[in-house]
Design a protein around this ligand. Structure first.
Ligand code: ACO
Length: 320
């Protein structure tokens, strides 16, 4: 069996924060941010939360799929920015949408999280352990960002995206998931609740800290490799793929991946100009935008690729 996407949804905070707005709080400017990252604006939560955005995205995905909440038997939420540790975001979503027959748990794989969630959903479906799965990525990264650190605060945004997968007869399509814990220090955020730390204080280590150039080098090397592994297993070439939906970290990373795969950049849709890097929400938000614009045609081949803290990365082939 294989999980087919029956519907997608997304949810974005109403508040828009432009590069010029950020230039009022840190020493930066619109031209630097656009040139180095491609980001022009991002959405930042006000009343919204990781749970509320995940819930709204899930409801929209279910509505589009004409699948009822009672039919869902598994909810996977990828997040690194839940407001609470317990209960998990997935259980909160289960409660909110009244998916009374679903098991629910969270996945922490940072910016690779939606991809890992998608692969987990496919594995459950292929094993016959689930028939209808909601995969969600939801992030309130603004809660983890040090708003005094210009090297990170300009990159990130908040939002959520979701996809409903339903089991159909068919062969599981190739996918890969990788991690390299040895390189974990490139991108860290220590828990405010950890032993020995000034609990719940705005301790600097409790913000996201990043070695930007290491992450950049990692992404442009490992993502094309993961995509090539998937293509090889599928017996396909990059030219056979209609769209590459990459985690929206940075325009220069997406362009470098397209170049390494010797593929037209037109096949790499981007929305990071509007939303910045929303970690595990970026792939499903982009999927939903493309889907609602009618860009996907039945039978098209799409590659999803995620990468981020851990370090973790992966890719998956899907047929629309
Ligand atoms: N505005 C103006 N100047 C800045 C800013 C800013 N916001 N941030 C840094 N600078 C300055 C630095 O201080 C430095 O100044 P100096 O030369 O006087 O020392 C100069 O700009 C260059 O800084 P670098 O860090 O070398 O800039 P770089 O070209 O590497 O760009 C960036 C930084 C955009 C973070 C880049 O490294 C990058 O894209 N890395 C990828 C990381 C990424 O996308 N992470 C997202 C999270 S992880 C994930 O999603 C995979």
């Amino acid at each position: 069996m294989i999980g087919k996407i029956y519907g997608t949804g997304s949810s974005l905070p109403k508040r828009i924060v432009s590069n010029d707005d950020l230039a009022k709080i840190v020493d930066t400017n619109d031209a630097w941010i656009r040139e180095r990252t491609g980001v022009a604006r991002r959405r930042i939560i006000k009343e919204e939360t990781t749970v509320s955005m995940a819930t709204e995205a899930a409801k929209k995905a279910l509505e589009q799929s004409s699948i009822t909440a009672e039919e869902v038997d598994l909810i996977l939420v990828s997040t690194i920015s839940s407001e609470v540790i317990l209960p998990c975001t997935a259980c909160e979503v289960q409660k909110n949408i009244k998916a009374v027959n679903a098991a629910a748990f969270d996945i922490n794989a940072a910016c690779a999280g939606f991809l890992f969630g998608y692969n987990t959903a496919q594995a459950y479906i292929a094993a016959g352990m689930a028939k209808t799965v909601l995969v969600i990525g939801s992030e309130s990264l603004s809660n983890l960002v040090n708003w005094k650190d210009r090297s990170t605060c300009i990159l990130f945004g908040d939002g959520a995206g979701a996809a409903v997968l339903k089991a159909e007869k068919g062969k599981l399509l190739p996918s890969v998931s990788h991690s390299d814990g040895k390189k974990g220090e490139a991108l860290t955020c220590l828990s405010r609740h950890r032993k020995g730390s000034p609990a719940r204080t705005r301790d600097l280590q409790a913000y996201m800290q990043m070695d930007g150039q290491s992450v950049f080098k990692f992404a442009v090397k490992k993502v094309p490799k993961a995509v090539e592994e998937v293509l090889e297993e599928a017996g396909l070439k990059a030219d056979d793929i209609d769209y590459f939906i990459l985690h929206q970290a940075n325009r220069r990373i997406v362009e470098a991946v397209a170049k390494r795969l010797k593929t037209d950049i037109e096949k790499f849709p981007m929305n990071l100009e509007e939303y910045g890097n929303t970690s595990s929400a970026s792939i499903p938000i982009l999927l939903d935008e493309m889907n609602r614009k009618g860009k996907f045609i039945k039978g098209q081949k799409i590659i999803l690729a995620g990468f981020g803290a851990g370090l973790s990365w992966g890719a998956a082939l899907l047929e629309w």
